[in-house]
Structures are given as structure tokens and as C-alpha cells.
Write a protein that binds this ligand. Structure first.
Ligand code: CTP
Length: 404
């Protein structure tokens, strides 16, 4: 059995529930592994025994059954599958899903899952058109639940209209397409590539309790680390202090100051790609105190500054240790492209992602970025987009660089 094609079929109450019998047969003929959860209402339309016989597995019905929990808890049930398929999806179950209710096994599994969910609604035409159902439908779609159908036709109750469930053959096709898309998107584009990313601000100590910082949130650098990891790269993220969670699957080294950030970049091996998204402080306090500075009868402390190492420039000029592709950022408040193009040459990096950080743009510490992508052959100006979208666009460029 192909382990990447496990379907958890959730059957809710409705006359169309009998069609799940042929759906299970079709899915299994196409080498999908099917495990069934059914609601109490579904048991009025199709028996657990027939579903168990066709799926050749136990059918799960009860949230609080000790036997079921001993064999497989509801969390594990939802996580063990690659896809959750709700057929038929009654108005009641759609409403529970849309509103996060979880008072039986089916709704609890749907709330606990981190896997893609597809639903095939089936209900009376008036129930389907009711604003409550339409609101639930819109909510589910906005959360990336894939809705298959319903279609128009004669209903079991004799009325005609939209609300009939799509046929099992059509559901099978949608499921097959979904798995094909997953297989295509999982191409290990940057497998084996070692990537370094810096992110966040640095904190430069004044004394053991005070520091100088900047407003960088680290969102852009962390999004880049996540996107590179998803593309298969082996990512090391050197992060200044942020409020963000460590990205999953990424080696994260937490540092405070610019000097510590440079050390971490140099001490963690050789990289194929390095992306410098950190907002590194340009200066550190030369006369930082070893003890907390005390107030002395109105005498004001005088801070002396020393220039911090330029991490990007140092790594770009590291000779044999230079990563093949070095990417910097440029934060500018005026003459963005001109200053950033000069910065690319001054810092010997291959690409610069320049952004306007003047206060009116809200870029620094904010959600969005408008980037000018500067390389040796010119400038591409990207439309304003989320930091995640910038990260994904950059990863596309990195993939194209290595894979042509
Ligand atoms: N950078 C770095 N180390 C520093 C300063 C900056 O690695 N000490 C990196 C940043 O991570 C970014 C790029 O250099 O990728 C440009 O940063 P930016 O703040 O725009 O430029 P600065 O070098 O600080 O120049 P200026 O402040 O004069 O604009």
C-alpha cells in the first residue's frame, strides 16, 4: 500500500451516505487506503458493518469509546491520514466545521487535523441556499477546505435544485488530481543545498541591563528560512532577538549582538547560499559597562561607539569559503534603487532585495514589503506583497539559479 495516499473518510448523515459504499470501492481500486469515521446520524443511512467490510478496517464512531481511544485517539486518527474527505457533508457537519464545534468524533477529528480537507455537500436545495449554509460554505472555502459540488438535480425528497451530492466517480477524480498536485509540488528542488539565513535585529549592550536595538521584527528573514526549508534546503537560521517561534525543521542559532551574529555565520560550516535579512546594528557601544551604570548626581553617561563588522560584506569576501550565491537586503528611505545598486557592488553580493523603509511605508516591523530585486543584469520591481510571498518569490529565484 502506498503510504502517502491515506484517506480518512468522514461520513455524515444524509441519504447520499449510501454512495460512500461505491466511493470506498473506487478509492481502494485506485490504491488509496481508506479509514472511515461516521457520525451517529450517518448510521441511520448506512451501517458501520458495510463500511467496515468495504474498507477492510475498523469503522470509528464514538469519541469517548475506550476501545477506539486505545487503538487510535482522535488526534492520531486525524494526523495519520494524508487527506480528510467528508462525504456526504451534511448542513449540520458543515456548520460545526465552520464554527469550530467538536461534540462528536467526526467534528473533533476535523478540528484537530493539520491535513487538507475536502467536502462533498449533500442537502435539500433550500438548506443549501439558506444564508447560514452559504456563510458556512464561504468560511470553509476561505480556510482552504476544498468543496466538491453540490450539483443540480432531483433530491431524495422530490424537490429539484442545487444540493445533490456529486457522484463517487467525480469525487475520485478530484482526489486523484489532489494527490498528483501534491506529488508534483514535492519535488525536492533544493535538496542537499546548505543555506544560511540571518534574521531579526541585533541588540548592542550598553551595560548588562540596557541595550540599543532597532524595530526589525524578523518576519522577513524567518519567512525566507521557512520557504527555503520547504523547498528542501538544509537551513541554518542565525537570528537576533525576535518574538517569533523557531521555524520547524530549521537549525536556529540565537544571538544578540552583531559580533555574535558574525561568529555564528562563520562557525557553522560552508554554505551554498547565504541570505542576509537581519537588520544588523551598524555600531556597538565601545565603552559598554560590565556593571549596571548608576545615576551620578545628574551626570549624564556618554556612549562611545565602535563600528560593527559588516557580516554580509565579510561573508561575500570570504574567498574559498564564500557561498556560491550571496543575497543581501537594503533598507533605504530615499533613492532606493540607486543606493541599493551601489550597496550590491560595495558589499560584493550577487543579489540585493531593496526595500523602502521610510516610516510611511510601514515596512519595518510590518506585514508587507515592496521589493526591488537587483542583480548584475538589472532591476525587477515586484508588486507589494506579504513577507511570505516575498520569501516564496526569492526561493523561486534561488531554485531557478541552481536548476536552470
Ligand atoms: N548587514 C550586515 N552586517 C552589518 C550591516 C548590514 O550583514 N553590520 C547586511 C544586512 O543584513 C543587509 C545588508 O547588509 O543584508 C544591507 O543592510 P543595510 O542596513 O541596508 O545597509 P548598511 O550596510 O547598514 O548601510 P547604510 O546603513 O549606510 O544604508
Amino acid at each position: 500500500m502506498n503510504k502517502t495516499r491515506k484517506i480518512l473518510l468522514i461520513v455524515s448523515g444524509g441519504i447520499a451516505a449510501y454512495k460512500t459504499l461505491s466511493l470506498i470501492r473506487l478509492l481502494r481500486e485506485n490504491e488509496f487506503q481508506v479509514r472511515v469515521v461516521m457520525t451517529k446520524a450517518a448510521e441511520q443511512f448506512v451501517t458501520p458493518l458495510s463500511l467496515a467490510s468495504l474498507s477492510e478496517d475498523k469503522v470509528y464512531t464514538d469519541l469517548f469509546s475506550l476501545t477506539d481511544e486505545a487503538e487510535m485517539g482522535h488526534i492520531q486518527l486525524s494526523r495519520d491520514a494524508d487527506l480528510l474527505l467528508v462525504v456526504p457533508a451534511s448542513a449540520d457537519l458543515m456548520s460545526k466545521m465552520a464554527n469550530g464545534m467538536c461534540n462528536d468524533l467526526a467534528s473533533t477529528v476535523l478540528l484537530a487535523t493539520d491535513k487538507p480537507v475536502m467536502i462533498a455537500p449533500a442537502m435539500n436545495v433550500r438548506m443549501w441556499h439558506h444564508p447560514a449554509t452559504q456563510d458556512n460554505f464561504a468560511k470553509l472555502k476561505s480556510r482552504d477546505v476544498k468543496v466538491i459540488g453540490p450539483v443540480e438535480g432531483v433530491m431524495a425528497c422530490g424537490e429539484y435544485g442545487l444540493g445533490r451530492m456529486v457522484e463517487p466517480e467525480e469525487i475520485l477524480e478530484v482526489v486523484k488530481t489532489h494527490f498528483e498536485e501534491v506529488a508534483n509540488s514535492k519535488q525536492p528542488l533544493l535538496i542537499g543545498r546548505k543555506v544560511l539565513v540571518t534574521s531579526g535585529p541585533t541588540h548592542e549592550p550598553i551595560d548588562p541591563v540596557r541595550y540599543i536595538a532597532n524595530r526589525s521584527s524578523g518576519r522577513q528573514g524567518h519567512a525566507i528560512a521557512t520557504a527555503l526549508q520547504k523547498a528542501g534546503a538544509e537551513v541554518t537560521l542565525v537570528s537576533g532577538p525576535t518574538r517569533l517561534a523557531d521555524p520547524v525543521g530549521v537549525k536556529v542559532i540565537h544571538v544578540e549582538s552583531a559580533c555574535a551574529m558574525l561568529d555564528a555565520c562563520q562557525e557553522n560550516g560552508r554554505f551554498d547560499v547565504a541570505v542576509f535579512a537581519a537588520a544588523v546594528a551598524d555600531w556597538r557601544v565601545k565603552n559598554a559597562g560590565a556593571q549596571k551604570t548608576k545615576k551620578e548626581n545628574g551626570k549624564l553617561p556618554v556612549l562611545e561607539f565602535a563600528e560593527n563588522p559588516d557580516i554580509l560584506k565579510t561573508v561575500s569576501n570570504a574567498g574559498n569559503d564564500r557561498p556560491e550565491l550571496v543575497v543581501g537586503f537594503a533598507a533605504e528611505t530615499e533613492n532606493v534603487v540607486e543606493y541599493a545598486s551601489a550597496k550590491r557592488i560595495r558589499k560584493s553580493c550577487d543579489w540585493i532585495l531593496a526595500n523602502d523603509v521610510s516610516p510611511e511605508t510601514g515596512t519595518f516591523g510590518g506585514e508587507k514589503n515592496s521589493i526591488h530585486f537587483i542583480h548584475s543584469a538589472g532591476v525587477e520591481s515586484w508588486e507589494e506583497m506579504s513577507k511570505q510571498a516575498v520569501a516564496e518569490r526569492l526561493v523561486e529565484k534561488v531554485v531557478a539559479y541552481f536548476n536552470g
